[in-house]
Unconditional design. Structure first.
Length: 189
């Protein structure tokens, strides 16, 4: 079983806001660029304020880089939040995490610690956290087989033994896998 990395190996992320931001952007937890939600124009990123600002002179809307992420509405720095999560994990061992990422521009994420890695637990997590009518993309793990039958979600799969992206449907699991990479430094396997 993987161990939580020692704190001194993560100090640069905890105590340097630039390093925390780079880490979160590299792991695709906070986006590097977005379109303006008001007019669709490009935006520029203002690191000091963690804001995207529309480049269109008639718009100039500002959008927080933390918007619609775990960090939204938090007054603490990114590093402080990551540091607190790290310290909390040392006190709360987790057997497994189940979660998902919206396939939208916002990429909202949910992650739920679970005690069991079975189909029943997975179905309960989906019922509680996934909006009815959503389309779910997964790999071929047998625990996902009953999503469509029991929960009535539209469910598409990709067989990683054959492809990482299904050539016919375009289905892949890269989005959630990238998100899990962002958690791996802080959460034991």
């Amino acid at each position: 079983m993987a161990l939580i990395p020692p704190m001194d190996s993560l100090n640069n992320i905890f105590f340097d806001e630039e390093a925390a931001l780079k880490f979160l952007q590299d792991e695709k937890i906070i986006r590097k660029e977005i379109e303006c939600s008001a007019c669709g124009s490009s935006t520029t990123f203002r690191r000091a304020k963690l804001l995207f600002r529309c480049t269109k002179k008639s718009c100039r809307k500002s959008i927080s880089a933390k918007n619609e992420t775990f960090f939204a509405g938090q007054c603490l720095s990114l590093g402080e939040i990551l540091h607190m999560a790290y310290l909390w994990l040392w006190k709360n061992p987790v057997n497994s995490i189940k979660g998902g990422v919206e396939k939208t521009a916002e990429r909202r994420v949910f992650a739920v610690p679970v005690e069991k890695r079975d189909s029943e637990t997975l179905l309960e997590v989906i019922k509680k956290h996934v909006k009815p009518g959503s389309i779910i993309h997964t790999d071929f793990w047998q625990g996902y087989e009953r999503i469509e039958d029991i929960l009535r979600f539209k469910h598409y799969t990709v067989n990683h033994g054959v492809n990482f992206k299904d050539p016919e449907t375009g289905v892949h699991t890269n989005t959630i896998e990238g998100t899990w990479n962002g958690f791996k430094l802080l959460i034991p396997a």
